[in-house]
Design a protein around this ligand. Structure first.
Ligand code: ASC
Length: 154
């Protein structure tokens, strides 16, 4: 049977682990949160951007290629948001303070972009180039809308 002091040590250990996990969850440093969200958005933009020449007719349409790019972009679209940790409008970032002061609007803009990116992935899987073209435009609008309101102009 465990002694009271052993139980007490157990409780303190569990609490200590919970506290340290919280301190690290999900980022150890503000810079990591900024780098994380920028990285996800960068990879997303790379794969979204690769579909651009196809919808403009500058590159032959290949269904698998577009579907793969759209799938990666869709996955990436889900990631940046927990990187917008409170207080990380300082440092190496173009994030506007409105992200935090108008959080509901930012959330809905972020959700809109994810929905449009998912619709693009669906269209890409469908294989109808005209539908892909239309949805590529709609998705780009959602990217831009969020930048207009929440990203500092360079
Ligand atoms: C892109 C990209 C964006 C959006 C935006 C759409 O390819 O990198 O941020 O499209 O420019 O207006």
């Amino acid at each position: 049977m465990k002694s009271f002091s052993q139980l007490l040590i157990g409780v303190f250990l569990a609490f200590g682990i919970a506290v340290s996990a919280h301190a690290q969850a999900p980022f150890k440093k503000a810079e990591d949160a900024i780098k994380y969200r920028q990285s996800a958005l960068f990879v997303m933009a790379q794969h979204f951007g690769r579909i651009g020449p196809v919808v403009k007719g500058e590159r032959p349409y290949n269904k698998d290629e577009v579907a793969k790019n759209a799938a990666v972009a869709e996955q990436m679209s889900k990631l940046p948001w927990d990187g917008f940790v409170a207080g990380t409008d300082k440092g190496d970032t173009d994030a506007k303070p409105e992200i935090w002061s108008d959080a509901a609007k930012f959330k809905s803009a972020a959700e809109k972009m994810q929905q449009e990116m998912s619709k693009l992935a669906d269209a890409a899987n469908g294989g109808d180039l005209n539908a892909i073209k239309a949805q590529f435009g709609a998705t780009g609008k959602a990217c831009k809308a969020c930048h207009d309101d929440f990203r500092k102009k360079k």
